[in-house]
Design a protein around this ligand. Structure first.
Ligand SMILES: [Zn+2]
Length: 101
C-alpha cells in the first residue's frame, strides 16, 4: 500500500502494519457496511500511515473487520460478516499477517 505523505507519523507512534498478502492467501468476503447496529466500537486498528486501514470492531455481542481504503476520490469502506469473538480473532490475525485478503 502506498504511504500517504500528509499522514507521515514519527517512527515510535506507528501502529500495527498489515503484512503484504501472501501468494496463497485466502479471499475474504468483503461486504457493504450493514449499519445494522448504530454504535460500533473499534477494538484494534492498523496504522494510519497506510492508505488502507483495517479495524476490528465490536457491535453488540458480535465482531467484524472493517476495511477502509482512503483514495483521492474519498473513502471506500467494506466489512466482513459479523462473527463471534473466537472466529473474528482468527480472521483478524489472518488479515494482518497477510494470510487473508
Ligand atoms: Zn505506520
Amino acid at each position: 500500500m502506498p504511504k500517504i505523505p500528509e499522514l507521515e507519523i514519527p517512527e515510535p507512534y506507528h501502529g500495527i502494519h498489515a503484512a503484504v498478502a501472501q501468494p496463497d492467501a485466502v479471499t475474504v468476503r468483503w461486504l457493504k457496511p450493514q449499519h445494522r447496529c448504530p454504535r460500533s466500537r473499534v477494538k484494534e486498528h492498523t496504522c494510519e500511515c497506510s492508505a488502507r486501514i483495517y479495524e476490528l470492531c465490536q457491535a453488540g455481542g458480535l465482531f467484524f473487520v472493517r476495511r477502509t481504503d482512503r483514495t483521492p476520490k474519498g473513502q471506500r469502506v467494506m466489512e466482513t460478516e459479523w462473527l463471534p469473538l473466537a472466529r473474528i480473532r482468527e480472521l483478524w490475525h489472518n488479515i494482518i499477517t497477510g494470510r487473508a485478503v
